[in-house]
Design a protein around this ligand. Structure first.
Ligand code: ZN
Ligand code: ZN
Length: 407
């Protein structure tokens, strides 16, 4: 069994810390319980040079400090199609440095690649897919965080209504969609037109904190770990056991709202408000749940045949923070976190498998209970909106009090 997080960013992306180097990344991957990590940012010349000098391996899998790396990157496309401005991010996976070099050569003809780990270009998704496929059929293009209002292929602000509308005749080369934090598989299952796409999950960890790695992940059961076997597992959903998802409410764009106005609401409430903010009277930022509702052709609860399973887990640091009552960034949270890791080896062991009695030997009963509740999907989360993360709600605040947290 392999836990894989294929989309994150190095220190060469804006707003990421310079802690995101290979050493830090592999150390944090081990703490989390990840086996395979995307390198992120392979288009960046300095990062690529570092990757080439430090990674060794074969079959598209590169080793560093007992973690396996896959070459990955992300690009941002800003262009017009059908009279509408489009802004879309795509994750890229490639099987070798030779292929990455060819991708970089092509991108360099189109614009600069050295100012950010996720460079911006003005060509369309169609042109991009065509060019990538002419380099190698084994390159994977995966629309990133598919539902986020900006930069998601289905985003409310600058996206499309379908993969086919975005990629046109190149749609046949798209096999997977990244659900992003604010949506989970059941939300995506509500669109019959997405049945043919495998839903994958990655952390897209950008933050200055590499411990966000693996907050979402893919779990494979590959007999032999190679790039081709991994992308085959994604394409055919064989040897693809499940994805790890956060509660979609935890994502930064689940609900509708305005961050600056301190206002958020459900899609139903937004419709009642004609999508206008009651505070500033401007158009609300329409979140992922609303957008899914708009495009869905099925009721909640439908599960298509052959869909990959998933497990919903809030990161351990958030669970600890609920008990300490202090922010996830505080020392107290990480002291407890590290005590747990010392006993159980990694976070996925704790979140998925540790028994309550064993947990109680290290932490107080209340935390042990919350860890089990998390595994059972029994922790409520106050929905995120307009760039604000959702918040797990403390135990004392019963479900019936959820309303009290909603503005
Ligand atoms: Zn992105
Ligand atoms: Zn407002």
């Amino acid at each position: 069994m392999q836990f894989a997080d294929l989309h994150m960013h190095s220190s060469y992306s804006r707003a990421t810390s310079n802690k995101m180097n290979l050493q830090e990344l592999s150390a944090h991957a081990k703490t989390k319980g990840l086996d395979i990590l995307g390198t992120g940012d392979f288009t960046h010349p300095v990062w690529l040079k570092e990757l080439k000098s430090k990674l060794s391996g074969e079959n598209g899998i590169y080793d560093y400090d007992d973690i396996k790396f896959v070459l990955s990157g992300e690009i941002s496309l800003i262009y017009k199609q059908d009279g509408k401005g489009r802004r879309i991010h795509h994750v890229l996976l490639a099987e070798s440095f030779e292929v990455v070099d060819q991708i970089v050569e092509w991108l360099k003809k189109k614009g600069r690649i050295d100012y950010d780990g996720r460079p911006i270009f003005g060509f369309s998704s169609v042109e991009f897919a065509e060019a990538m496929m002419s380099i190698s059929k084994d390159i994977m293009i995966i629309p990133a965080h598919a539902w986020t209002p900006w930069y998601g292929i289905f985003g409310s602000m600058s996206g499309f209504d379908s993969v086919e509308e975005c990629f046109q005749d190149q749609a046949k080369h798209i096999y997977a969609l990244e659900t992003g934090l604010s949506s989970d598989p059941p939300m995506n299952w509500r669109l019959s037109k997405l049945d043919k796409y495998t839903l994958i999950s990655n952390s897209d960890s950008h933050s200055p904190y590499p411990w966000r790695l693996g907050r979402e992940a893919n779990v494979f059961d590959l007999k032999e770990i190679s790039y081709i076997n991994m992308i085959e597992a994604i394409k055919n959903r064989k040897n693809f056991l499940f994805t790890v998802e956060v509660d979609p409410s935890y994502g930064k764009y689940h609900y509708d709202g305005h961050r600056n106005c301190n206002f958020s609401c459900s899609p139903e409430e937004a419709l009642r408000l004609k999508n206008l903010c009651p505070k500033c009277h401007q158009q609300l930022i329409i979140g992922v749940l609303h957008r899914v509702e708009e495009l869905a052709d099925r009721k909640e609860g439908f599960r298509p045949d052959g869909a990959v399973d998933f497990k919903s887990l809030i990161p351990l640091s958030e669970i600890i923070s609920m008990v300490t009552g202090t922010d996830v960034f505080t020392k107290r949270v990480w002291e407890i976190y590290n005590q747990l890791i010392a006993k159980f080896n990694n976070e996925f062991n704790i979140l998925l498998y540790a028994e309550k009695e064993e947990l109680k030997k290290v932490v107080k009963e209340k935390l042990a209970e919350l860890i089990i509740k998390n595994r059972e999907g029994r922790i409520k989360v106050l929905p995120g909106y307009d760039g604000v993360y959702g918040k797990p709600i403390p135990e004392s605040d019963k479900e019936s009090n959820l309303e009290k947290f909603l503005r």
